[in-house]
Design a protein around this ligand. Structure first.
Ligand code: ADP
Ligand code: 5GP
Length: 187
């Protein structure tokens, strides 16, 4: 693999999507994997752009057909990365970003040891909860399920190659750029 596969994880609401969006504006050559999920689309989300939204049955069929590089259950829904997308990007020699949960990140690392794992951490639990609630995309039950995953996600941070604290957005994106620039220079 001549190009890098970057896996970005962190608790729900920490700002992964926000940091990655800003990174991609500054670095348009990177390919962001579009995952499959069984969760319902949020307002403003589009099938094939934010996710491929699948029924539970379709997702199970994809598992049976071995279409996923990795997949995991998170807060009551299933999420998975399509092998096809990764293979296409690698064939085109593109840098790839996966935004996935920590269980999925562990699977990617075991299958593709050259993958670079970056953990986005919150400045504090209180800030994380405020961001998750402030996004207004989940009801209270779904917020609780996501908060229930936080400790497990934080515990897996030790297996990551890098940690970026998302306090100030600009500072976090700068740090991500530094990490990726250094990694690219090593290739
Ligand atoms: P994730 O993708 O990790 O679930 P989001 O990117 O959706 O998180 O961010 C959750 C909320 O936090 C959003 O409302 C976003 O605008 C806000 N947010 C993200 N990063 C920051 C930051 N550095 N400072 C303040 N608010 C932030
Ligand atoms: P959300 O529902 O907020 O979009 O995502 C919930 C969690 O699922 C986040 O931690 C996100 O990173 C993770 N996720 C998104 N896509 C994938 C995927 O393809 N695989 C895995 N394992 N997790 C994913």
């Amino acid at each position: 693999m001549s190009k890098n596969l970057y896996v970005i994880s962190g608790p729900s609401g920490v700002g992964k999507g926000t940091v990655i969006r800003e990174f991609l504006i500054r670095n348009p050559g990177f390919m962001l994997s579009i995952s499959c999920t069984t969760r319902a689309p949020r307002e403003g989300e589009t099938d094939g752009i934010n996710y491929f939204f699948l029924s539970k049955e379709e997702f199970q069929r994809y598992i049976d057909q071995d279409k996923f590089l990795e997949w995991a259950e998170f807060a009551g829904n299933r999420y998975g990365t399509l092998k096809k997308f990764i293979d296409q990007c690698l064939a085109l020699d593109k840098n790839i970003i996966l935004e996935i949960d920590t269980k999925g990140a562990m699977q990617v690392k075991s299958k593709m040891p050259d993958a670079v794992l970056i953990f986005i951490a919150p400045p504090s639990f209180e800030v994380l909860e405020d961001r998750l609630r402030g996004r207004h995309t989940e009801d209270e039950t779904a917020i609780q399920k996501r908060l229930d995953e936080v400790l497990e996600e934080l515990a897996r941070a030790q297996y990551f190659d890098y940690k970026v604290v998302n306090d100030d957005l600009n500072r976090a994106v700068n740090k991500l750029e530094d990490i990726i620039r250094r990694q690219d220079a090593q290739r």
